[in-house]
Design a protein around this ligand. Sequence first.
Ligand code: G3H
Length: 472
Amino acid sequence: MNLELNALINGEMINNNEWLEIISPIDLKPCGRVPALKANEINQAFSAARQSFATWKKTTLFERIKLLKHWSQLLLEHKNELAKIMAYEVGKGIKDAEVEIERSIEYIDYTIEEAKRVHPETMTGDGWNIKNKLGIFSRIPKGVILAISPFNYPVNLSISKIAPSLVMGNTVVFKPATNGSLTGLFLAKLFHEAKFPAGVINVVTGRGRDIGDLLITNPEIDLISFTGSVNVGNQIKQKCNGKELVLELGGKDPALVLGDANLAKTVKEIMAGAFSYSGQRCTAIKRVLVAEEVADDLVAMLKTEVEKLTVGSPLDNATVIPIIDDKSADFVQGLIDDALAHQAKLVTGNTRQGNLLAPTLLDHVTTAMKLAWEEPFGPVLPVIRCKSLAEMVKIANDSNFALQASIFTNNLDHAFLIAEQLETGTVNINSKSQRGPDSFPFLGIKDSGQGVQGIRETINSVTRLKGLVINY
Ligand code: G3H
């Protein structure tokens, strides 16, 4: 594949004759190029977004819905082409990429339905000797939204920021991750084809070092919605001049396996949670905390399943695929090496061809190892054996990350009691951790993020209340 796509600024598909090559994780060779934009174009994108906001916010909800529906129809028509781009650009299996596009189309439909039901709240004022007041509180768009998406879900995690923003009357500057930029500009092409008014949605690409700071410090921004690494998230926090932020920054989701868990079901969920898309999901299961009495059985069953995983190319729909780049593979390998150097036991895996890492299961991992705490974003699963429920909960809570957790048990009392003690965004009982369904509120605490996403929640975050008080 060798694609060349243009950016979308103020209704025009443009480039500045400078290019950024996109390196495919499949063979570490270029699979296309996108404009390496600079300050001039970035500023134009924000000015266009600000100018068009004045008219876009006055359009009717149904005018905005009509355009979004048209765009969503185009996405469906181009599903196969887009899935192929995703496979080359971010290494997602073709089938998984198609599912991601279908999921995103559903996201748009759901968003549209939610938007139709955003009604003003009306209340009477009847306290503190105040009477004869009727307050009407409506949700109005915040203005210009900067949406920055990660590589791993280049369609879903873009649309989940863009669709609620647009339908509620905001305008958007969208910057996809470098791997994800071809996908982002393909979406831009469809926005152009759907004939969104100039400036309402702008899609920009370029090197982070050239435009990262320019993007997040632009004075036109009313809200930044970012999904990506903790490092970049922290930089945004420091540099964004107090702009409002919604951040989703990764996790180290634990699966707590109690002594009475149904191990067959537990293994099925852990496998899907830990290894799909080579573990490159913020919500992947990234550590197993298991009761000692079932640890041998659990590890043996996991080993059998890990060894059945298909390893290879996303074009052949393998489960374990080359991870996004060599540097990331080195990082994962470093965590494995550190664990082994500290006497973790290799159960299976730990072979590597470039950025294709075999699925790796490590037992007897301890809290002294980096792998117990750091987020690998790769196909490696550490098992930490625990002597008590209290120890399990302590290790789960000692992490800097707190996105989701899973509890596997047949005892609902235990599940509820432990869920109550876990300091995390969401607790799943007897299932892998997972952001979907997208209509659920999605949030992380501590280093995992700030603010809440989800369809209704994102509609709330891209709007603010405005009151009108009638005195009679
Ligand atoms: O990487 C984070 C994605 O939002 C994961 O979505 O958990 O529904 O697969 P998912």
